[in-house]
Write a protein that binds this ligand. Structure first.
Ligand code: SME
Length: 181
């Protein structure tokens, strides 16, 4: 697929304008075909480029979720951020979702408690799974760990059974390490 043309609908960028950064995005996303491995290989540097020079965590996480969903078409992808006693819903793409998850609860809470990735091929078989959407069939949750502590989790849902595997785990963990927390 061809990269979309950038700049359409945006005013011409004037370098002296203090809001100039609004029209200085790294690049439009290039959607890649090919194996899942190849798709991740092409996408991750683009996500890094999107985050480059931007210091706002929420903005960066929002763009990361948009890029992931645009590339892979997943049902739901988003972050839950560790806030004291609970995970709190952060930037996401997809249907509305539950806003708070306690440690150990659901797949997200399990990944937080274990501080390791959880892959669930069939959510109905996962005790305590929290069904934000009845259409979600499988799920992967990757913790974001900084200085030995889980600071967030990246949650991805698919409407297909057994959609996620070790390839997703490897690349999403790689992404989690690069996120500017
Ligand atoms: N299914 C998750 C809850 C979050 S939603 O999928 C967006 C869980 O069991 O933790």
């Amino acid at each position: 697929m061809q990269a979309r043309q950038r700049g359409k609908g945006w005013p011409a960028c004037k370098q002296e304008d203090p809001l100039c950064y609004l029209c200085r995005m790294a690049e439009d996303l290039q959607i890649t075909a090919g194996s899942k491995e190849e798709q991740y290989r092409q996408l991750l540097p683009q996500i890094s480029a999107l985050m480059e020079g931007e210091g706002d965590l929420i903005a960066n996480l929002a763009n990361a979720t948009a890029a992931l969903r645009e590339q892979f078409g997943w049902w739901w992808v988003g972050f839950y951020l560790v806030r004291e006693e609970a995970l709190v819903l952060g930037p996401f793409q997809g249907p509305v979702a539950c806003t708070k998850i306690r440690k150990g609860r659901g797949v997200c809470g399990a990944a937080w408690e274990r501080a390791s990735t959880v892959i669930v091929p069939d959510v109905e078989q996962f005790p305590g799974h929290i069904a934000c959407s009845s259409l979600s069939r499988s799920e992967i949750v990757v913790p974001v760990i900084r200085q030995g502590e889980v600071v967030a989790v990246l949650d991805v849902d698919s409407e297909h059974l057994a959609h996620f595997d070790e390839t997703d785990q490897h690349w999403l963990e790689t992404l989690a390490e690069k996120l500017p927390f």
